[in-house]
Design a protein around this ligand. Structure first.
Ligand code: MSP
Length: 513
């Protein structure tokens, strides 16, 4: 059997300074849908997420709480993992930067780059934003505030190790220009090109004023800068130090999916580290937009932070996943609102998809005792449904490969609507009254079951539990192990197949006045 093509996708590793909100869940859900889609399309997928635990911010939080940094982050990281499980996230590993396996990688990378002469010791004087763990120059800050988060920056003056970023600026620019797909979307690419063209200053990569981090090898009063530490997480679980075969298979990563404000770290600092290590650069860094809530940025002070855990308890994971994937165009900012969520659940899930399944199974029961029968021939309406199924799978595959997730969801739902319309066009209730139309009724029932089978495959990256439930009700094998090829064929379910009992997929949500 041919070797499966590898596919490596990552999310950012999240700061465990507080529990995660719906914006973080958005990013991880997108990555999960891509990972699941690639598995479906026959790739050998490695999907990584984790937690970014070091740094001054975490140390400060722990001190405020009168505990150790690890004592502070442990329960929060446990909540991350609980959230991902509840949301149906299919990550293959979860990396914590506080783990020994990671510390060994960070130190080895520091050593290699130092041995090469690209790291030197000096003195850092400048500005630092603790919440963003980010250095800024006078020129970059706006009214004494961090240009990313708008909070006050602090002056720092301390002995520090520096990484000679500028050694790699020309090669980086040439790479970005030769590989337009390296930074997506294009708006982010242009921002980064402008940034690099202004010249890259050597990057301070160690701190001495706190100690919650990976020690600099051989100079333990320094801890390695949290971003230098965090970015290298992408190498740790794929065997950078301990499994050359696995490493050769999965590196370079196919996609680092990150939020727009951290594209800079991933397309400037990270590639320079990799070039210094003589490693290939990731194939793509995709900067997604931000989720806002009822038109407003989420913040603790505004009290509008949406807890994904509570939403899942109320509406179920698949409904939340559907909303996030369907409602927001990946490269742009998008809005979350409870009303919009409920509208989508009622219209798309309860009505379009839920009714299609329920009507189909009820009719197969009513007209044919729950059994599919031998189909002979098809008419023009049947053919148009079959052709649309094939076109849907083709478009869907291209869109998912092209990161047009929301479009792929819409493509799938256009087919759901088509199948509903097919019922209205065929009017099975009139066919059932006419003996001469018996064959047409058999064909109609089989075509609806086929359509739902294909839909179960296509929705599986978006709504894994729903895909399972549809297949159970259709009496088909479980979705695990099913490949996209299954959706490319028509007339797969054999005559004599018995469907299961119809159950409501999504209850309608009553809206309070
Ligand atoms: N720890 C760093 C990432 C290191 S990756 C080597 C970090 N952590 S974070 O917890 O602050 O943010 C993680 C991700 O969440 C970022 O990609 C950020 O864009 C994303 N989001 C935070 N708020 C968001 C929204 N409101 N909407 C969408 N994504 C948002 O940065």
């Amino acid at each position: 059997m041919a070797e499966k093509e590898p596919f490596y996708i990552t999310t950012p590793i999240y700061y465990p300074s507080a529990n995660l909100h719906i914006g973080h869940a958005y990013c991880t859900t997108i990555a999960d849908s891509i990972a699941r889609f690639r598995r479906l399309a026959g790739y050998d997928v490695f999907f990584l997420t984790g937690s970014d635990e070091h740094g001054q911010k975490i140390q400060q939080k722990a001190e405020e709480m009168g505990t150790t940094p690890l004592g502070y982050v442990d329960p929060i990281v446990a909540n991350f993992q609980k959230l991902w499980e509840k949301l149906g996230i299919s990550n293959d590993d979860f990396i914590r930067t506080s783990e020994k396996r990671h510390e060994a990688v960070v130190q080895e990378i520091f050593r290699r780059i130092q041995a090469k002469g690209d790291i030197y010791k000096g003195e850092y004087k400048g500005l630092y934003c603790v919440p963003c763990e980010s250095y800024w120059t006078e020129r970059q800050i706006e009214d004494g505030k961090c240009p990313d988060c708008g909070r006050a920056v602090q002056e720092v003056a301390e002995e520090s190790y520096f990484f000679k970023l500028d050694n790699y600026a020309d090669r980086l620019l040439a790479h970005i220009e030769a590989h337009p797909e390296f930074i997506e979307p294009a708006s982010r690419r242009n921002e980064m090109i402008n940034f690099i063209k202004q010249g890259l200053e050597d990057l301070s990569i160690s701190r001495t004023s706190f100690d919650w981090g990976v020690p600099v090898p051989g100079d333990e009063k320094h801890v390695i800068y949290v971003w230098f530490d965090a970015l290298t997480n992408y190498l740790t679980p794929i065997g950078f130090l301990d499994d050359p075969e696995k490493f050769a298979k999965f590196w370079p990563a196919d996609i680092h999916l990150v939020g727009k404000e951290i594209v800079r770290f991933h397309t400037i600092i990270w590639p320079c580290i990799l070039m210094a290590l003589d490693l290939p650069l990731p194939k793509q860094v995709y900067g997604h937009g931000w989720l806002i809530v009822d038109g407003d940025k989420m913040s603790k002070s505004k009290g509008n932070v949406v807890d994904p855990m509570l939403l899942i308890d109320e509406f179920g994971a698949d409904a939340i996943r559907y909303f996030l994937l369907r409602e927001i165009n990946l490269g742009q900012d998008g809005n979350f609102s409870r009303d919009a969520l409920i509208t989508r659940i009622n219209a798309d899930l309860a009505n379009d998809l839920g009714n299609l399944l329920h009507r189909t199974l009820s009719m197969i029961k009513k007209y044919h005792g729950g059994e599919l029968r031998e189909v002979v021939g098809e008419d023009a309406i049947d053919a148009s449904l079959r052709e649309m199924a094939a076109a849907t799978v083709r478009d869907y595959e291209a869109q998912m490969k092209n990161m047009e997730i929301s479009t792929a969801v819409k493509t799938t739902w256009a087919f759901v609507s088509r199948a509903n319309k097919y019922i209205d066009e065929k009017t099975p209730w009139t066919l059932a009254k006419d003996e001469a139309k018996a064959q047409d009724l058999i064909c109609t029932m089989a075509n609806l079951a086929e359509s739902l089978r294909i839909i179960s495959v296509l929705v599986s990256p978006f709504m894994p539990v729903t895909a399972k439930r549809i297949r159970e009700q259709l009496g088909l094998t479980d979705i695990d192990g099913v490949q996209l090829d299954e959706a490319r064929s028509w007339r797969v379910i054999p005559a004599g197949h018995r469907v299961g009992t119809p159950e409501q997929l999504f209850p309608r949500i009553e809206v309070e006045k």
